[in-house]
Design a binder for this molecule. Structure first.
Ligand code: NI
Ligand code: MN
Length: 225
């Protein structure tokens, strides 16, 4: 599969004929280099309602007709804006899709939509594509149940390292130990001053202290796993 990190928590995945976009944040994102008009995902997955995760859901969703996969509160908020192709889920078990399976996992954070509407529980997401698992932690603190998420066997984990609003590098290193993914990509850092971090130092610690490979792509860069 082809994976693109667009900066912040925004990730794209292409697996066979299916294209996914997680937490689209291009408008107002100072590090994004991609024109969202060039994207045409089949599915948009949203972990929580904060503006830095939902900024471009409406535009990209309406233009592409992508199905929104998120919690009922977020799907309902976008339905009121005319985005009614949605699959509502919540934290817990898998749902089956033509491409594989999706499970939303706990995240320790908060979730309100840009107008203050309650956004439901914040979530991470486990995406099973062709039997291979990709985990996007969303915005979260470290929690020991990450070990249970990792038991699925993770090909790739997107983990926030920015600190201040989420895990920082120290906590994310512990998260790698619990999740045991093959590949780690740090996210949610360097977008704004409060979340400046040294991702290269994080990469070295991950590769020295765990069995995971750590990739630090530039925003907009694509890699294969
Ligand atoms: Ni957030
Ligand atoms: Mn965030």
């Amino acid at each position: 599969m082809e994976v693109t990190w667009y900066g912040h928590a925004t990730a794209g995945i292409r697996s066979g004929e299916h294209e996914f976009l997680i937490d689209p944040f291009f408008s107002g994102n100072p590090v994004a280099v991609t024109d969202p008009e060039t994207l045409s995902p089949d599915y948009i997955i949203v972990t929580h309602g904060h503006a830095d995760h939902v900024a471009d859901v409406e535009d990209i969703g309406k233009r592409s007709g992508a199905q929104l996969i998120s919690c009922p509160e977020i799907c309902g908020w976008f339905a009121a804006k005319g985005l009614d192709n949605a699959h509502e889920m919540n934290i817990g078990g898998y749902a089956g899709f033509p491409f594989g399976r999706v499970k939303f996992t706990p995240a320790f954070h908060s979730s309100s939509l840009p107008d203050g509407t309650y956004g439901g529980m914040p979530m991470g997401v486990l995406l099973e594509l062709d039997g291979r698992n990709v985990y996007h932690a969303g915005d979260t603190a470290l929690f020991s149940d990450m070990e249970l998420i990792g038991a699925a066997g993770l090909e790739l984990a997107f983990l926030p390292i920015g600190g201040n609003f989420t895990m920082g590098p120290e906590e994310a290193l512990d998260a790698v130990r619990l999740l045991r993914p093959k590949t780690v990509v740090p996210i949610h850092y360097d977008t704004f001053p409060p979340i400046r971090q040294d991702a290269e130092a994080f990469r070295r610690l991950v590769e020295e202290q765990t069995d995971a490979r750590c990739l630090v792509p530039e925003p907009g860069a694509t890699f294969s796993i």
